[in-house]
Design a protein around this ligand. Structure first.
Ligand code: SME
Length: 151
């Protein structure tokens, strides 16, 4: 599915009368179903005042990594760097937390609310090196939309 089509559908989800978690779940589902190389899609958020991330809504296989300390793995690094992290080959990363042997690549985009990094969207792919600048821009847009619906 084209990013432009997904944007239209996500904008509609954002406007629906549902909880923020239900909307984020619908967004995870549509992203995973809509893009062939998005095999696992999930949101992590800062866990209260703790220096750790907690898994929120996700689509794909269940993961053991429901809590990730800041600094650990790709997700934990993004929690402290506030920057997009595109990993074309997960095997080339030493600070990486493996969720599945099938995962070849990953992209993590921080989610800002009122200028603060409060979480992230994390996407795992079974395809090597699939992510482009277009994915980064699209996922930044997704996070901006999600920031509108979380308090
Ligand atoms: N691979 C991530 C851990 C989360 S799973 O991909 C769902 C990381 O290195 O932070």
């Amino acid at each position: 599915m084209l990013f432009s089509t997904l944007k239209t559908e996500i904008s509609e989800i954002i406007l629906q009368t549902k909880s923020a978690d239900q909307k984020m779940q619908a967004i995870c589902n549509i992203l995973r179903d809509g893009i062939s190389y998005y095999d696992w899609v999930g949101f992590y958020f800062k866990n209260g005042n703790k220096q750790e991330l907690k898994l929120g809504p996700y689509a794909g296989d269940q993961t053991d990594h429901t809590i990730i300390p800041f600094g650990k793995g790709i997700c934990g690094q993004v929690a402290v760097s506030n920057k997009n992290f595109v990993v074309p080959d997960v095997k080339a990363q030493d600070n990486y937390i493996a969720c599945s042997i099938h995962v070849k690549s990953e992209i993590v985009i921080p989610l800002f609310k009122d200028g603060e990094n409060i979480g992230q969207i994390d996407i795992d792919s079974h395809t090597p090196d699939p992510f482009t600048k277009a994915d980064e821009s699209f996922l930044e847009w997704v996070n901006q939309e999600v920031a509108k619906i979380i308090s």
